[in-house]
Every structure is written in C-alpha cells, then in structure tokens.
Design a binder for this molecule. Structure first.
Ligand code: AMP
Length: 393
C-alpha cells in the first residue's frame, strides 16, 4: 500500500512515499521557497537527487508537481494507487491525543487552534487541502506534534498561574517534537527488548526538547505552551525569567512582537556566541578558543544536564538515555560534554563508540560499566506518520 508522509511548512513541503507495511521509501523530496522568488524543488529517487528550479506560487502548485513527478518517474501508474496521505500537524491542543482521519469538519475544528501555532498550523492545513483537491480518493490523516505528550498528568502540564488562564485560554504545557520522541523511545525499547523501561529522549536539533518516557508513555517534556520553553536551542532562549520581558521592553522600546522575535530567532547558541545557531560553526570557533562560543556550549550543556537530572528523579531512575536529531546524532563532542557532567548518576561514555555514532549510525555509546545505557538513535518522524496513516486505513 502506497502512503505519502507530508510535512507542509509556511514556505516548504517535504514528502516521502512509502510502500507499507514494509516501510520502504520509494521516492522523497522537498519543495522550497513556496510563494517566494527563486523557488525550487529536489527529488530523491534510487539514490539520485535532482534539483529543479520552478515557480511554486502556492502549496497547490507544489502538490500538482509532486504528483506529476510520481507518475513521470513511474513510481505510480494512477493517482488511485496512493491509499493515504499522512500530514504533520504541529498543534493538536488538548483534544487531539492521537492521529486522526481528516475531513472538512475536523480541519475546521483544528483551525480553531491556529492561535496556538500561528506559524505552523495554517500552513499544515493548507497542505492537507491541496492534497484533498488533487487526490480526493486518498485517506488524509493528521498526525500531531503535541499528541505524544498528551499523557502528561495535570501536575506536570499545568503552570502555577491563575486558573482562568488555563480554563478559558488553554494556557498549559503542550510539548512538541512528539513524533520524534515517540519514534526514538519505541525504537530503543525495541532494541533492548523491553516493554517496561524508563527512557529519557534528548532531541537536540536546531530546536530542542527532552522527554521523560515511562513504559512507552510520556510523563514530562521540556517544551511548553510554546516551543520556546525548556533547553537552550540554536536560536531560541529556552527557559528564562519572564520578568526580563517587560524590563527589556521598557529599556529598549521594543514591542512585545519584537522581543518575542529576539527570544525565538536571536537567542540561544546564536545569541550567546554572536556567531551562529549551527553547532558546526561553533565547533570551528571553539577550536580557535573563541570565548563566547565556549560559553554558548556551556549554557547549552547546563540546560540539558539540568533536565536530564530532573527527569532522572521524576522517572525514579533511568534505564536508557537517548540522543537524536541534528546535534544529538552528529555531534560526539557535545554528547561527551553532557555525559561527562552526569557521572554522579553512574552514566559513563565509551569515547570510541561515541565517536563512531554519526551521520545516521545508530548504536550504544555508554561504557560497559555505565549504570545507564546511552544510545544514539537517528530520528524518523516521517515513518511515524506513515505508520499511523497505514494503521488508520
Ligand atoms: P535539525 O533541526 O535536527 O535538522 O538539526 C540541525 C542542527 O544540527 C544544525 O543547526 C547543527 O547545529 C546540527 N548539525 C547537523 N549536522 C551536524 C553535523 N554533521 N555535525 C554537527 N552538528 C550538526
């Protein structure tokens, strides 16, 4: 059964087409700069990547080209061969705790959450409509980034703010990166062959979040009402004292939108290092003994170690600690900085194995005498979408 796994952003659309249940990727691609000048797309088929410059006015145009590419490359003979399309939808609020088959009524209901994810949900939804129009016979499925965290108990998802803020305005912790946390925690439980285990997943990419997973269920996570909560990230501050916001507004004359923008796009590793949000750039600077870049890593590592320690206590001990996403999968230097700070919990690194696990290589990186297993697990959010879509069909 052919299933498309789709991630529509405000100016991009990424897809992978799977033959399910074998989970074989047949073709994948990315449409970029949709609605902007110099738009283009890339298609990956049989190990070859082709880039084409094309005017992509909107998502509908991108979807039409995508389907034409599937036919032209003989991946499908007719549109009816696509049984389902699974869509990443960033925010499912408190209501959507599982993936769901989408229709117009449900999409209208999900649109009510747009205020909670103004940059993402509208784009996700316009992607769904574009596919509904082009392939009306395919089942459209919504998979939510927040769903995996809906198992948090109230004492973990509420903030100590006036009750009305929660009851009337939905102010609570939602958590994000859910499909990655789900994939990685399930994958590692599979590897260690256990259904009961305490797992901490560190999703360290440009955005970053950590989750505490007990017997497959998420009990806590670092991102909150918005993705800016929790650990230090590439360009996001992570947790700060909220009192800084009115203080900076008064001092600089910046509007709340401008401060919000600085906290999301100009803070984190970028804000401290004044160099870049990308760890590869910072690595170069650290080699030159560039003090702000060294400090940026110190803040980054401290925030991660702090949450691992917190979740160690919340879980009542940890069986496996996992690293995933851009930095988690590819930066042994940062993994070592983190693990070295966890030695009082009996967590120890095997440096050789740590250096080997990069560029998509999965494996254990803890030493044989470590009290906690440490794994690098390359994440795969697309396959979670394909699996959920397949099982709903
Ligand atoms: P993601 O958001 O998961 O795509 O992660 C993107 C981030 O991962 C980049 O901004 C880099 O900081 C980091 N990253 C990606 N590839 C590498 C690499 N080969 N070595 C070190 N860091 C990497």
């Amino acid at each position: 059964m052919y299933i498309l796994s789709v991630n529509s952003g405000s100016s991009s659309l990424k897809f992978q087409m799977y033959d399910m249940p074998e989970e074989k990727v047949l073709i994948s691609g990315t449409f970029e700069r949709i609605g902007l000048e110099n738009s283009f797309y890339t298609i990956k088929l049989n190990g070859e990547k082709v880039r084409k410059e094309k005017n992509l006015e909107n998502h509908e145009v991108a979807v039409n080209i995508l389907i034409d590419e599937l036919v032209d490359n003989k991946v499908i003979n007719s549109l009816d061969e696509i049984a389902g399309v699974g869509h990443r939808i960033v925010h499912g609020g408190s209501k959507y705790s599982k993936s769901i088959v989408l229709d117009k009524n449900i999409l209208d209901d999900i649109s009510k959450l747009n205020e909670l994810a103004p940059l993402h949900n509208p784009a996700n939804i316009s992607g769904v409509y574009a596919f509904m129009k082009k392939i009306p016979n395919a089942v459209q499925v919504g998979c939510f980034d927040t769903a995996f965290h809906q198992t948090l108990q109230e004492d973990k998802f509420r903030y100590a703010v006036p009750d009305l803020w929660y009851e009337k305005y939905g102010v609570r912790k939602y958590g994000f990166h859910g499909m990655s946390h789900k994939y990685v925690s399930e994958r590692v439980m599979n590897i260690i062959n256990k259904t009961k285990a305490n797992v901490i997943v560190c999703h360290l990419g440009n955005g970053g979040s950590i989750s505490a997973v007990k017997d497959g269920k998420c009990i806590d996570t670092t991102m909150g009402f918005t993705p800016n909560a929790g650990i230090v990230m590439g360009s996001r501050s992570g947790d700060i004292d909220y009192g800084i916001i009115p203080y900076i507004m008064k001092k600089t004359g910046m509007s709340i939108t401008e401060v919000d923008n600085e906290l999301n796009k100009k803070s984190g590793l970028l804000g401290i290092s004044k160099v870049s949000s990308d760890s590869r750039d910072l690595d170069e600077k650290v080699k030159e003994n560039h003090k702000p870049s060294i400090l940026a890593y110190e803040l980054y590592v401290n925030s991660i170690v702090g949450y691992i320690a917190k979740y160690y206590v919340e879980l009542g001990g940890v069986d496996v600690l996992c690293f995933t996403a851009g930095i988690g999968e590819n930066a042994p230097n940062i993994r070592k900085l983190i693990i070295d700070k966890l030695s009082c919990l009996g967590i120890k690194i095997d440096e050789e194995k740590n250096n080997e696990c990069r560029f998509g290589k999965e494996g254990v990186i803890s030493s044989t005498d470590s009290e906690v297993l440490v794994y690098v697990i390359p994440t795969d959010e697309e396959v979670v979408i394909a699996r959920d879509t397949y099982s709903l069909i």
